[in-house]
Design a protein. Sequence first.
Length: 760
Amino acid sequence: MQNKAVLLSIAIAIMSISEVCAVRRLSDYVNPFIGASTNTKAAHANHGLGKTFPGAATPFGMTQVSPNTITGGDNGPGYSYEHTSIEGFAFTQMSGIGWYGDLGNLLVMPTTGSLKTVAGEHDDTPSGYRSLYDKDSEQAKAGYYAAFLTDYGVKAEATASPHGGVLRFTFPENKLSRIQIDLARRVGGTSVRQYVEVADKHTIRGWMKCTPDGGGWGNGSGKPDYTVYFYARFSRPLENCGFWKADIPDDWKRRLGDVTGKEYRQRVSEAEIIRNADRMEGKHIGFFTEFETSAGEAVTFKAGISFVDMDGAERNFHAELENSSFDAVREQTRKLWDRALGKITVGGGTEDERTVFYTALYHTMIDPRMFSDVDGRYPGGDKLIHKTDRYSRRTIFSGWDVFRSQFPLQTIINPTLVNDEINSLIDLAEESGNGYYERWEFLNAYSGCMIGNPAISVIADAYVKGIKNYDVEKAYRYALNTSKAIGNGQSGYSAGSISQTLEYAYSDWCMSVLAGELGKDGDRTYFDERAKAYRLIFDDSVGWFRPRRKDGSWETWPVREGRIRDDYGCVESNPYQQGWFVPHDIDGMVALMGGEERTLADLTEFFERAPEDLLWNSYYNHANEPVHHIPFMFNRLKAPRLTQKWTRHICANAYGNRVEGLVGNEDVGQMSAWYILAASGIHPVCPGDATYEITSPVFDRITFNLDSGKKFTIKAINNSPKNIYIQKAKLNGKPYSPTYLNHRDIAAGGTLTLYMGGDL
């Protein structure tokens, strides 16, 4: 009997272990292939689909180790799922952006046979060092990527640390195997100068300088100016290594169209091969190391990255990678993702919906990425090296996109990150000497991309939510400078533009909020008045917003197309889409539009005329940001069931567990953040007023695990694809009738219970 009891105990223990092992980790739900396509045909628009990358990254980390399939065109992530060949694995990438893109630096490729110095054509791999790959072998998970390169018979794997990454290449038996590094390569063009040296028998270090002369962000128009430094170690000794150096004439232009042209590629293919040297500098250089491999032999390449200097890259390497194997780094990265994704836990929903949710949450944790090294040093806007222990310096702020959903989400789950970004914006404004905030910051560059003053929105929203760990007076001073330098001007509106007039009016309202919070009553009154600028461009004769000329007269109205005329006074939108952007004064907007009943009918038509798949269209165009607040406006029009109906519709149709699962560009976390909030049952209409509109959750239970240790849970009782309408609500057990929730209710912890049913 005693032996049986012991055996039974062992059996129960084994079963318990099996049950634990069977439980999926949150990182297992991440599918990095969601959105990983730039395909314009599938998107029904030249903006393409999600434009995410499938490679390895850590939460808000400096590096992203990812396959690159293309250098030319508007392919910001450097990868698109439908491409059939890979040109290498880079250590830096951008996520979900258009405008040609940038980064894609330190491109590493395993090869065999004769050395080739040019990537070659994507549909003609023998013309260069790129390789076809087996799509069935391709894997992408949180912190891991793998594919089999068929031209070389090499299995390639990638993982990442916060400041570096590891590549593992499993070679076939071959007398001449190789790892080669194209130091000139860059997604949107080329680095303009490079340097590499052999530091010891296993190690190289160097840098790649990237300026507008080499294209990059906006093909140079985004003013990119950065240098990537690296410190890299090979598991195989550097016994037979060398360099290649292309002779690029001084008078040759080197932007995207130039470096992808036939003449330039031909010059690179004829690069000089140099051995018996220990360092090289030039305009277009590369490094290679060759060795014999046995079948199944794995060779690793580990690299630390810095934007400060080579010493910084080496320190980052020693801190994160020196004594760690590929598998150890991969597991550590997976743990980082489990912890980060654990900020929100969900119950209910389908397997696909959980995958969409956690992949979306993953995509909101790529940027704003770390810009400072492990020792706190970072490159400042004055081109000098700075050091801080007050915060982590951040970069890549896609302001026009992310003020709408991404930063409101982070105020809940990552308030320290929001503090970091505000500190970064303040210090950049000071270091650069500009004294104002950039709307689309890229590695310290004031790119000038898009419109509005979104940094002011982010600061106002953070401040009213109690996020204040920065120099508040300095933050306000630079916000004031920004609003004076960039806005609607003396006329009160932006000539020729609906988009700019409305966006700047909202930014001025955010200024009034900040001024009021800080007791600056004169400024509050001034900006309150300027926030009414939207009224100046509403034309009663056409019943909608219409651009004015400098002299105050109206631009000619497009009679045939009317409000759906693309780009008529609008940026990436039409007047019908942009005209709803008066989030700070919806009552005033409704009055202009003819009252609540008329506005509600118009808004309903706006959604009903959108296509079922919600791809790029002239009505509710979820593929782009100007409309992202609009579904929640039904709450303000006393029709909350329509907010509930349409947000569930959007969650089901604009997102999916497939490559085409993002209907538009991810835009640095914005598209995914919209889903996270809406699927959780809350979303702001107007960042800066600290409230979230309540809508129908996709899941039965959503818990926000706050940094304070408190939890806020949203329960949806009797929830289903048919029971999408809220019948009644309770907050912390008490009846709750408002259609909104205040941030302080979330921060305090508690439970919002929603009782769901069919149509009312």
